[in-house]
Design a protein around this ligand. Structure first.
Ligand SMILES: [Mg+2]
Length: 118
């Protein structure tokens, strides 16, 4: 299982990567903003899930989301928004734009498994 982890915080990416590793998921591609993530998708990389932060410089999660859903290969890829408590009101907007689910940071491996349905 391959996951694309998009977050501008290197610390948050490290925490999430550790949690995913604890769940046995070690095939994790990191991106630091939406534009970086899009460039990684440009190679038609096979992918199972995207974990997506909202607030990021250069290209935010919302813009990335709308872009991904317009790419035929990725229109059905599962996208889980990772939000902070304060960003929670934006979740509805994300779901309308095509996100499949959301999780509030910091999350437990159990919560992540549930959201990913694994
Ligand atoms: Mg952020």
């Amino acid at each position: 299982m391959r996951i694309l982890l998009v977050d501008d915080s290197a610390t948050m990416r490290r925490i999430q990567k550790n949690q995913l590793a604890g769940m046995g998921i070690t095939d994790v591609v990191e991106a630091e903003n939406g534009q970086d993530a899009l460039s990684k998708l440009a190679d038609n990389m096979p992918l199972d899930f995207i974990l997506l932060d909202w607030n990021m410089p250069i290209m935010d999660g919302y813009t990335f989301l709308t872009n991904v859903r317009s790419i035929a290969d990725y229109k059905d890829v599962k996208i889980v928004m990772c939000t902070s408590e304060s960003e929670k009101p934006k979740v509805l907007e994300a779901l309308k734009a095509g996100a499949n689910n959301y999780i509030v940071k910091p999350f437990t491996p159990e919560a992540m498994k549930e959201k990913l349905g694994i």
